[in-house]
Design a protein around this ligand. Structure first.
Ligand code: COA
Ligand code: AMP
Length: 630
């Protein structure tokens, strides 16, 4: 069948389409129907089915005779370690870990925060929660204690599973002190913490609260899989919104199973047994969907890679891993390829490896610039597929579905909507715009299985952020257009979210931190274009009258504050002191205009600007920081 036929078959009968896809999942009790729309505009999928994620991701492959197949390959150039875990080993390890968690009181519905680096134990912890029906929330290692504390207070975990440390090139990330600090800051206290001691750093355990990963599993009964309702939350993943309070995206169990399993063949074109590698981190949605759940549910081999695209040890790392582990389909962020291209523009490292196993490359997380795609196409000689999605959706909204049909690639476009997504481009009043015209990208409700049904503890925020602006639609927060062939183009965010090295960050959250500096009266953070990372945050600080401080010192303190409060991942390094910020007459800061000046783009003087002269002052301050960059 061609893409168009598959899309049309979904459009004609979504229930039948998803019930058919659900046949590939092992159910304890089959659902009576796919869509549950009784509470529209809140929708759920497969709610009355009973099912277990861990069974589908692990045990069923063992039962089907694939127990000896490798489930996880751990490849860590940072620690010079390589190790494989078969499906039967994974089953045994996860059942024991789940048994130990259960013995300490973790049950279906309890929350468990996981704060771990890229080691197989992170996946084992996720799967052990899934086995019990406990709801995990993985927190990225690049966030600081405060961010972890905010998540602890929102998710209220019974237990936190953490590693003693993470490893960044040239730096040990001391997870345990960060964890202790976060628990101190948080109002909610977990009953207990499980600490995986890495040999690179053995952490101090808090008597009475912390248990050792290995020790607490000793002598316990392995746990069986607990069937849960189709609409039972499988996990909460916090993502950046407009304020410092992150949004807790909920993923339901059955929708995730059905949707991710469908994508493995239809989008990524891999069959059970093939090796699939997503070079991301378990702390992000890509790590949830395509390092852990998708490949394992589908019976693939997944790779847990603890390293960077460059410098661990060189720009050939990706190619070594692909060639050594026989990777068929590879997923990364454009920024990673830009880093490799910068170090090895002519692909000298590519030539060193036999990459005949590689059949396709997928890019997501940020806009894929045509130069980077062309470079990858030239170097690798396989389809290089841009695809567009969000933490909220959990899987691709738009892609070139290689397992159905390889559509012509149009540079700058993540191709076409996937079945389940009816994508429309709307003007401010909610009317569809003509092909080729820019507008807000919205998706007609309901969203498909596997996407967010709600936000954790925040239904009002869910409705306000996504549903209220365009009734009947989900508002993606992205702006863009559609061409006459139905290809989508994703151009910019419509909110205060920026994308730094494929990491989604909130400028609003950074402004909250800066505003707390005693000398800062007012501030604005914008995302400026960056050749490597796509965007970089830049802060403008107005100081209190009478703050007679060296501006350089204040800037340094502010940079330190963001690193301490949000974490190194914010990559907040650029800031400057200005007398005033450009505003509209009603007092709204003109961030969009500031971005245009910083990026050297032409702009129209906003009609509502209060004092146009301030823009010259901003341009001068930007020059001082070297912007617009040449
Ligand atoms: N734990 C702790 N710190 C982390 C971290 C983690 N898991 N991940 C990143 N950091 C730190 C980095 O060490 C860096 O710290 P520094 O300021 O002390 O140098 C900071 O956060 C910023 O990281 P990053 O923006 O990733 O920049 P980088 O200079 O380390 O690397 C790239 C640049 C382009 C090589 C890198 O960003 C990259 O490969 N990104 C891949 C993007 C990706 O996979 N995104 C996931 C979405 S699909
Ligand atoms: P995250 O939730 O971290 O996955 O970030 C989602 C956001 O990243 C989207 O809303 C887009 O702004 C951006 N994004 C992700 N993939 C793409 C893509 N292929 N092209 C353009 N932007 C993308």
């Amino acid at each position: 069948m061609a893409y168009k036929d598959v899309y049309d078959s979904w459009n004609q009968d979504p229930n039948a389409f998803w019930m058919q896809a659900a046949e590939s999942i092992d159910w304890d009790k089959k659902p009576s129907k796919a869509l549950f729309d009784e509470n529209a505009p809140l929708y759920e999928w497969f709610s009355d089915g009973m099912v277990n994620t861990c069974w589908n991701a692990v045990d069923r492959h063992v039962e089907a005779g694939r127990g000896e197949q490798t489930a996880i390959i751990y490849d860590s150039p940072i620690t010079h370690t390589k190790r494989s875990i078969s499906y039967v080993e994974l089953r045994n390890r996860v059942a024991l870990l789940a048994g130990a968690l259960r013995a300490k009181g973790v049950e279906k519905g309890d929350r468990v925060i996981i704060y771990m680096p890229m080691i197989p134990e992170a996946l084992e912890a996720m799967l052990a929660c899934a086995r019990l029906g406990a709801i995990h929330s993985v927190v990225f290692g690049g966030f600081a204690a405060h961010e972890l504390a905010v998540r602890i207070d929102d998710a209220k975990p019974k237990c936190i599973i953490a590693a003693s440390c993470g490893l960044e090139p040239g730096r040990v990330v001391h997870y345990k002190p960060l964890l202790d600090g976060a628990i101190d800051q948080a109002t909610h206290k977990p009953d207990f913490c499980v600490i995986f001691q890495r040999e690179q750093e053995v952490a101090h355990l808090e008597e009475g609260r912390d248990v050792n990963w290995h020790g607490f599993q000793y002598g316990v009964e392995p746990a069986d899989c607990v069937p849960v309702e189709g609409n039972h939350p499988a996990y909460i993943l916090y993502t950046s919104g407009t304020t410092g309070q992150p949004k807790g995206v909920i993923r339901h169990t059955a929708g995730q199973l059905v949707a991710l399993n469908w994508t493995m063949k239809n989008v990524y074109n891999v069959d059970p047994g093939d090796v699939f590698w997503a070079a991301s981190d378990v702390g992000w949605v890509v790590g949830h969907s395509y390092i852990c759940y998708g490949p394992l549910i589908h019976g693939n081999t997944t790779i847990v890679f603890e390293g960077k695209p460059v410098g661990t040890p060189d720009a050939g790392t990706f190619w070594r891993v692909i060639s050594e582990h026989n990777v068929k389909s590879f997923f990364t962020a454009p920024t990673a390829f830009r880093a490799v291209k910068r170090d090895d523009p002519t692909g000298e490292f590519v030539k060193k490896y036999d990459l005949s196993c590689l059949k396709a490359v997928f890019l997501a997380g940020e806009r894929a610039d045509p130069d980077t795609i062309k470079w990858a196409q030239d170097q690798l000689n396989v389809p290089v597929i841009d695809h567009w999605w969000q933490t909220e959706t959990g899987w691709a909204i738009a892609a070139n579905p290689l397992g159905i049909e390889e559509l012509p690639v149009k540079l700058g476009s993540p191709s076409v909507p996937m079945p389940g997504y009816d994508v429309r481009i709307l003007d401010e009043a909610g009317h569809e715009v003509a092909d080729g015209q820019l507008g807000a990208i919205a998706i007609k409700l309901p969203l498909p299985p596997g996407t967010l049904p709600n936000l954790w503890n925040a239904e009002a925020r869910y409705r306000k952020s996504y549903l209220d602006h365009f009734p009947g639609y989900y508002e993606t927060g992205d702006a863009g257009m559609k061409d006459e062939d139905g290809y989508l183009y994703i151009m910019a965010r419509t909110d205060d979210v920026i994308n730094v090295a494929g990491h989604r960050l909130s400028t609003g959250a950074m402004e909250e931190v800066l505003a707390a500096h005693p000398d800062v009266a007012e501030c604005a953070v914008i995302g400026v274009a960056d050749k490597l990372k796509g965007q970089m945050p830049m802060g403008f600080l107005c100081l209190n009258t009478g703050a007679d401080r060296d501006h350089g010192d204040v800037v340094k303190e502010c940079v330190k504050l963001v690193r301490e409060q949000i974490g190194p991942v914010a990559a907040f390094k650029l800031a400057t002191v200005v007398d005033r910020l450009p505003k509209t007459r009603s007092g709204k800061i003109l961030r969009g205009t500031m971005v245009k000046i910083a990026d050297g783009e032409s702009f129209k003087m906003p009609a509502t600007i209060d004092d146009p002269d301030i823009l010259d002052e901003i341009a001068d301050a930007l020059k001082g920081l070297g912007y617009p960059a040449s």
